[in-house]
Write a protein that binds this ligand. Sequence first.
Ligand SMILES: *Cc1c(COP(=O)(O)O)cnc(C)c1O
Length: 399
Amino acid sequence: MKSDRYILLEDEYGAHNYKPLDVVLERGQGIWVWDVDGNRYMDCLSAYSAVNQGHCHPKIKRALTDQAEKLTLTSRAFRNDQLGLLYKELCDLTNSHKVLPMNSGAEAVETAIKAVRKWGYQVKGVPEDKAEIIVCRNNFHGRTITIVSFSTDPVSTTGFGPFTPGFKVIDFGDAQALEDAVTENTVAFLVEPIQGEAGVIIPPDGYLKDIRRICSEAGIVLIFDEIQTGLGRTGKLLAEEHEGVEADLTLIGKALSGGFYPVSAVLSNTEVLGVLKPGEHGSTFGGNPLACAVARAALKVLVEEDLIGNAQRMGDYFLKGLRKIENPKIREVRGRGLLIGVEFHPEAGGARQYCERLKEAGLLCKETHQTIIRFAPPLVVTKADVDWALERIAPVLSE
Ligand SMILES: *Cc1c(COP(=O)(O)O)cnc(C)c1O
């Protein structure tokens, strides 16, 4: 098999910070990817929801190549003709007032942390270096030192200290815990509307509304990390819309580029971002014209092709189909839109074996936290595609 050579090269010369399935991909179109041996698979991970628009979407590809022939990087030392347009389009789409563009999701999280700390000192009057940010157990916000400083996953933290102070951890889905944790030095609550990496953990109904109210009453900034849940994945543009609430800061990334290029952003609904003055924060590549052109096209595709509505409809249909699978080893099937998790009982012996068998059946899925498989195909998936998937998933998950 041709793939063997690439696997050997990766394993010999690369750091082993991932344990990928042994499938070597060379081409993608829509929901499908092909390996170097010519096998076709349905992508049920969508690069952790970065390719919501489908692989190599022609309109985004066109925007990328057109822009690449004109201008790719100016740095923010100069202005470019794409940045203002992206700002305006993002603000109109998400009902925000201000945008700060970065590259990776983790950088958007770091940016938010810096902004709310500064806001805490300058606006709220928190004593210097005393700002606290409340976060949730089993969170996933990225991999930098400050972000893993408030991770509760030992795999993410062990051996990486010393850590950044200033974070307080509470249980996810428990609004009372937030109310109890707030002190006069609290500046923000950072939370995922649905915990993606933790295994598609959906909070109890009313939670988002409750935390919105608590943050408003306490005078602290509510930050939603929608890097995975945003941009259509859960059947709404932003997952916060499921409860009709708006965060003060919203973090997006991943699908903001449709998978072509790392683009992330902090969206601000208040004047929090206004506290950042020239020179206090930045990024060489953040807001570059290539990224902006790609992001503009990626957003346009989401809206024009009604991928958000499709995620809702196909998600419901997929979820219903998965729930019909009978196997006492399955503990729960849950999801919102096309962010779906199938959780096995611990006795089932882990979800990885199912992912290996799904791969043989033509579907690429990845386990999370040992017992959970996430099903999150690109949002361009059709009913016929979901039927195709269910036909192959059912026998594997029934074993
Ligand atoms: C993926 C992810 C991040 C980190 O994004 P990177 O681009 O990998 O840095 C942050 N928050 C959430 C919720 C994510 O899913």
